[in-house]
Design a binder for this molecule. Structure first.
Ligand code: ADP
Ligand code: ADP
Length: 222
């Protein structure tokens, strides 16, 4: 599903190139559940952002479902990730002044899904996440764990093939964190959704099937 070939990312500081990622080569298969681990500053978020097409590498090749992402225009990249990738963030990134219902509907608006279909899809996901009774509440009225469930429901509503999650349980207590990881595991095993998470938690990583360890911008051997 994902092939990274010699990906590099640096930030220029005058004439000096500060490398954040170097020699990044990896092959991630459909159905993998990958945990990217490593110390703070190792380049984990940058790598996830590149895979999510939110950031561009300064060199290297990136193929997503056979499409050479490195050759696409920004517009083409946006269309590609909106169709195939769902994002889950540490701090949920819900829109505070929209209800849960409206938050879930947003990705479908971006995809120009028509109103009747949006209504059906939001109803279906609310039901599946046992959140029908909460649909008219605002994010601040929910616990952190519930907000993250909404974040995951929102990531899933466009039926993506890939979920990218940056420290998805970083703001949660361990019981809520385990619930989120169980949900990821179920999505991965039962619906074959490919998942890539950045995590500091050894326990979270045990839910996946692969660990990619980053150190100073380079992979350590698997
Ligand atoms: P991690 O997620 O592993 O903590 P990051 O990918 O967030 O690491 O950052 C890796 C390194 O890249 C850090 O040293 C960070 O300061 C640097 N970095 C990230 N974004 C930028 C940027 N926009 N400009 C300059 N340096 C950056
Ligand atoms: P994380 O929780 O992923 O480690 P950080 O606090 O390292 O997050 O970074 C948050 C954001 O700030 C990221 O989008 C990153 O690209 C940006 N950033 C990090 N370091 C720098 C830097 N030295 N200069 C500019 N932007 C940076």
């Amino acid at each position: 599903m994902i092939q990274l070939k010699n990906i590099e990312r640096y930030f220029s500081n005058g004439n000096v190139k500060n490398y954040v990622l170097r020699y990044i080569t990896a092959d991630i298969k459909k159905g993998d559940f990958v945990s990217i681990m490593g110390p703070s500053g190792a380049g984990k978020s940058t790598l996830l952002n590149i895979i999510g097409m939110l950031e561009e590498p300064t060199a290297g090749e990136y193929y997503f479902m056979e499409t050479p992402v490195h050759t696409l225009s920004e517009k083409q990249r946006i269309a590609l990730y909106r169709t195939h990738i769902g994002f889950v963030f540490q701090a949920y990134h819900l829109l505070d002044d929209l209800t849960i219902y409206e938050n879930l509907e947003t990705p479908l608006m971006y995809q120009n899904v028509k109103a009747s279909e949006r209504k059906a899809r939001v109803a279906e996901i609310l039901d599946r996440f046992n959140m029908v009774a909460k649909k008219d509440l605002f994010p601040a009225q929910l616990s952190g764990g519930q907000q993250q469930l909404v974040g995951i429901a929102r990531a899933l509503i466009a039926r993506p093939q890939l979920i990218l999650a940056d420290e998805p349980t970083g703001n949660l207590q361990s019981k809520q964190a385990d619930e989120i990881m169980h949900l990821f595991q179920k999505l991965n095993q039962e619906e074959k959704v490919t998942i890539i998470q950045v995590t500091h938690s050894e326990k979270n990583a045990t839910y996946g099937n692969r660990i990619l360890q980053l150190m100073d911008g380079e992979f350590m051997d698997e």
